[in-house]
Design a protein around this ligand. Structure first.
Ligand code: SF4
Ligand code: SF4
Length: 311
């Protein structure tokens, strides 16, 4: 059955498939609140096309990242693979419960998901239990935890998205991967255009939201010179130096409109997940990624506008 699951998942777009037995999770883990009879967590990881990041790296095309690397992955490709695998499991007489991030439901009152519009988020919803996705991915053997709390895979580095299926079928476990990719180089944090990654690797989700959406004018080819005209610290914001609170973040986000949003409340990414790109470039340069390309991702020194252009 394990081989059958891997075959169906891969035929439907998954690149990595891992299996975590229930005993890798604490007894009070969310997976047991979601489905108490869980015996195995099946992890599916999907590569995000490297070419989609190239458009943002070159400053030439941005919309593809949001539509093809976020929205279509989360709303079409990943659920399709989950459903096909889950249907096969149920055909065999076991129960299967797909688990995908709910992008718009947050347990915390000030929770934020940088990928979606802040006013489309339902906050303080503790009744909707969500599993710890990164922790489960590591337990499924899909990869290791990188400095900025991202999944690093041997094949694609951080350029992946992932989801799960909980089942009461007992399936042979995948080995967990001993951390070996992240060397704490700090390039992910340095590459963030809004200083959203702290010294401890934590990402400030509101800070991230502002700069994910393009508040740094030196890395945003769509920002007009008069941007944020009525905000006192506009140059600080544009330079990526402003420290935001949830309240100030909302004010800034209300003034950012460079592209129409995608469907399902997804916001257009202008940073293009620079943290992931910098990490990828670093891992590629070190030669530690197993998926090789004919040419390196980075072709030239990264471009940047001058904050003086906005004075
Ligand atoms: S950029 Fe460096 S510190 Fe950041 S996750 Fe990658 S390897 Fe780790
Ligand atoms: S690079 Fe973008 S996605 Fe990454 S932490 Fe910074 S703003 Fe957020």
């Amino acid at each position: 059955m394990k081989e059958k699951i891997i075959g169906i998942a891969m035929a439907n777009g998954a690149d990595l498939v891992g299996f975590a037995p229930a005993d890798r999770f604490d007894k009070d883990d969310a997976i047991f609140k979601i489905m108490p009879e869980t015996k195995t967590v099946i992890g599916l990881a999907f590569r995000v096309l490297r070419g989609i990041y190239r458009g943002i790296e070159e400053g030439s095309t941005y919309y593809q990242y949001t539509t093809m690397a976020v929205e279509n992955m989360e709303e079409t490709i990943m659920p399709m693979a989950q459903m096909k695998v889950a249907m096969m499991i149920e055909q065999e007489g076991y129960t299967a419960l797909p688990q995908r991030r709910h992008q718009q439901i947050m347990a915390q009152e000030d929770g934020m998901n940088p990928e979606v519009a802040y006013d489309a988020i339902y906050r303080g919803r503790t009744a909707e239990v969500q599993m710890d996705f990164l922790d489960a991915a590591v337990k499924c053997g899909l990869g290791e935890k990188g400095f900025y709390r991202t999944l690093l895979t041997d094949e694609f580095g951080p350029m992946v998205r992932y989801c799960f299926i909980l089942t009461d079928a007992e399936l042979p476990a995948s080995e967990m991967i001993a951390p070996h990719l992240c060397d704490n180089c700090g390039k992910c944090a340095k590459g963030c255009p809004g200083k959203a990654i702290g010294a401890d690797g934590r990402v400030d989700d509101w800070q991230c939201a502002v700069y994910y959406n393009g508040a740094n004018g030196t890395k945003n080819p769509f920002m007009p010179p008069e941007a944020f005209a009525d905000l006192d610290n506009r140059l600080e914001i544009i330079a990526g130096e402003a420290k935001v609170s949830p309240e100030t973040a909302k004010k800034i986000l209300d003034k950012i409109y460079f592209y129409p949003p995608a469907q399902h409340a997804y916001q257009c990414s202008i940073c293009g997940r620079a943290c992931d790109m910098e990490c990828y470039v670093h891992l590629e340069e070190k030669g530690v990624l197993t998926k090789k390309f004919k040419t390196p991702f980075r072709k030239r020194e990264p471009w940047q506008f001058d904050v003086k252009d906005f004075e």
